[in-house]
Every structure is written in C-alpha cells, then in structure tokens.
Design a protein around this ligand. Structure first.
Ligand SMILES: *Cc1c(COP(=O)(O)O)cnc(C)c1O
Length: 422
C-alpha cells in the first residue's frame, strides 16, 4: 500500500484503524469497501459538530461560490470581522471577558506557543509551570510543557523553561497538590524560579481524562493573582462545548488571563487557532509572532456559522448534557460489572480506565472490528476514551456504546487468564 511505502513511520491513528476512508457524515465514517463506522474519535475533538455538518457545509459552499477570500494573511476581511463580532457577542461579552483575540498559525501548538511567549514577554520571567500528564502540543515550546515521554523523546534536544508540578488528584484524593506549589513559591530556596504563567487543561484530554475540581482551579487562580503569575487555560481539546459549556471552565467561576482554542473552533474540521488574552496583556509588536496561515477565511466562515447555530441559546448545551448523562450511565454500568474498571472525565469527554494499556487496546481493537472508531489516552494508553461528535443523536450514541459494552463483556468474560495477569 502507498501508505506503507511512502508515508512516514510517524503516522499514528492510521495504525489503529488500518482501512482507507472515503466519506463522512455526522458521526459516521465510510471506507473504500462501503463499510460504515461510528466515530467516537471525532478528529481528536476537532469535529464537535460532526463530519460535514450540513449547515456549515452549505455556508462554506456558498462563500466559495461567490469567490470569497480563501487566504488572507492577517489582512482585514469581511469574514474575519464577522467572526470577531460573533465571538465577542456570543462568547466573550456574556462571560464578562474583556479579552482580545490573536490569530496564530492554525494549529493548537501554535496557539500554545503564542500564549507562552506572551506570558514571558509580559512578566519578564522565563519559567512556566505545567502539570503532570498535561498535553499542549509538539512544537518545542509547547512540548516543553507536555508531559508525555514518547512525545518528549521526539524533541532531540533539551526541553527547557518549564517546571512540572502535580495536577489535581495526582497524589490521591487526600493530597492538595497546590499546597506544594504555594509552599515552593514562598520558600526562597525551593528552587522554583518565579513563574510567568501556569498552563493547565481543565480536563486532560491526552493525559487520561483527569479532571481538575472547581476548588482546585479557584485556588490555582488565587495563587496566580497573589504571585503575579498569568493563568493560561489550554482549552484546545476540552473547549468548544466538549464538557457541556463553551469553555470547559465556565462552571467554575474563574477568568483565565490567556485562553488557547483550536481543534473544534472552526466547527468544520478546518485548521484554525486563536489565543485570547486580557486586553491589558496585549503588548505584542506588529508581526512579532507571525504566520502565513493566520487568515484561514474558510475557517472564519464555518466558525462564525457554528457559533451562531449552536451558541446563541441553551438548546445545544442541554443536548450535550443529555448525551453526557447517557454516556455516564452506560460507562457506570460497565464499571459496576467489572470492579477493576473506573470511569473518568466529564461531559462528552469521558472514558473507562482499564488495568493496563494492553487491556484498553484489546477493547478498542474489538470495537473497531465491530465498526466503532475509538481511541485510548493516558500515560500507558490505559483509558478508553469516548469522544463522539457533540451533535450525536441519542440513538447513535446508544448504538456506539452498545458496541463498547459488548467489547468489555467479551473481554472480561472470555479472557480470564489475561485479566488475571494484568
Ligand atoms: C491537540 C492539543 C494541542 C495541540 O494541538 P495541535 O493542533 O495538535 O498542535 C494542545 N493542547 C491540547 C490540550 C490539545 O488537546
């Protein structure tokens, strides 16, 4: 096959799902043999509104038909103005966020790079605190903040400028990891250089669906304020509705100084990233953080339409809440049957922690054989991660979860020896 012969060994997801896909609609993918799959991966969270969302597709086709701008560097375009106005009116203003929007290169990593650079520039400090199991991207700056050894090993050079501290719950339920942080900040010989920022995922997508509690986040936010540290929320994966609100921190009453968004921001799976930050922090010099593809106008068009279609009222939010509840019940049901399993995450980013990565792989392989596309996450790949499009219907979700439940039943009834070994 051409992929084995000519595509680099760096390929990853294709190894779990070794078929050739041709078409996709909603939460369904189709391969060259016409086989239909339910998609619980959703572009790793880039397809929250489903594949080829009809409303977004129609708007984009219309825009292209009229010779609307495709590539605009960072020049002013009508579509960018409409995106900014819509983002201001539907997302920023209702939350009392007086934040400005920076268009970065179109990947999540680029948005993280911009956030880290800006925090360092504003504070004049070099150190950034990141948390265990955090994932922030694979370019060198972002990779320094990423925990995963496998990704870090790809760097080929020292990754610097970041101090790692334990995420909420890292040392068990009875240990408040922020006490360590606070003590280190106050101790003049703790060895912790004064941080420019902390960067944190509210729910850790790649790190295994670990969740930070509201109290922990509020305490982190207070610590940041007391010590002149900027709070960067990396909402690239958990944002755009994934946890049941537009930002994953909406329910916690915190106001991050800097927020990164990408993945589902365009709504259509088009590359698009922004870094938004408190107006006071905007000390960038023109073009200081540059990029050729900062003006993906097709993404502006679909992002604007997605905001207007889904975030103008609470209809979509209550749909996500219902589907999240449905997901939670089925996952709890599976975990009740098999005590070695437990449920993790929240909203439509939940999964099941297995005793090992091998067990999780066996489950996801079985799912794939039964036409469900689902991946794992976590340090050992031990968490089976349910990431359907948020637009999924009750019946489609039930269908996918049925395949998942059968895979667990199959494994834990029939693979006794492997179960005992792990
Ligand atoms: C995916 C992801 C990134 C990196 O985004 P890329 O588009 O892959 O560069 C950064 N942070 C989080 C939380 C992510 O999930």
């Amino acid at each position: 096959m051409i992929f084995q012969d000519y595509e680099s060994e760096v390929q990853s997801y294709s190894r779990s799902f070794p078929v050739v896909f041709t078409k996709a609609q909603g939460c369904k993918l189709f391969d060259t043999e016409g086989k239909e799959y339910i998609d619980f991966l959703a572009g790793a969270g880039s397809l929250n509104y489903g594949h080829n969302n009809p409303v977004l597709k129609e708007t984009l086709i219309e825009y292209i038909q009229q010779d609307g701008i495709t590539h605009g560097l960072d020049m002013h375009t009508q579509s960018k103005a409409e995106f900014l106005e819509t983002f201001r009116d539907l997302i920023l203003k209702p939350r009392g966020l007086d934040h400005k929007v920076m268009f970065t290169g179109p990947t999540g990593a680029n948005s993280v790079e911009a956030a880290m650079k800006l925090a360092r520039k504003v504070t004049g400090r070099h150190n950034i605190v990141a948390f265990t199991n955090g994932f922030h991207g694979c370019t060198l700056g972002a990779l320094a903040a990423t925990g995963n050894q496998h990704h870090r090993n790809g760097a080929g050079q020292a990754l610097s400028g970041v101090t790692r501290l334990p995420y909420d719950g890292y040392l068990g339920d009875n240990f408040n990891t922020l006490e360590l942080f606070e003590k280190m900040l106050k101790d003049k010989s703790s060895g912790l250089d004064a941080p420019a920022a902390v960067i944190v995922e509210i729910v850790q997508g790649e790190g295994g669906l670990n969740t930070a509690s509201g109290e922990w986040l509020q305490q982190l936010s207070r610590i940041c304020q007391q010590h002149g540290i900027l709070f960067i929320a990396d909402d690239i994966q958990a944002g755009c509705g994934r946890t049941g609100s537009f930002f994953s921190f909406d329910i916690f009453d915190i106001k991050p100084d800097i927020i990164t968004l990408s993945k589902s921001l365009s709504g259509f799976g088009l590359p698009f990233a922004i870094t938004i930050f408190d107006r006071k922090l905007d000390i960038w010099k023109p073009g200081e953080h540059n990029g050729t593809f900062r003006g993906n106008n097709h993404a502006f068009i679909t992002a604007t339409k997605a905001l207007k279609t889904y975030w103008g009222d609470d209809t979509f939010i209550s749909h996500i809440h219902s589907r999240s509840e449905q997901l939670k019940q089925v996952l709890n049901n599976i975990c009740d049957k098999y005590p070695e399993l437990y449920r993790k995450g929240r909203g439509l980013m939940q999964g099941i922690s297995c005793p090992s990565g091998d067990v999780a792989d066996a489950i996801t392989s079985d799912c794939f054989a039964n036409k469900l596309i689902i991946e794992t996450s976590g340090p050992e790949g031990e968490v089976v991660k349910c990431f359907p499009p948020l637009t999924i219907s009750e019946q489609e979700l039930a269908e996918g979860l049925n395949i998942l439940e059968q895979a667990f039943d199959q494994f834990f009834y029939q693979e006794e020896p492997l179960k005992k070994a792990s």
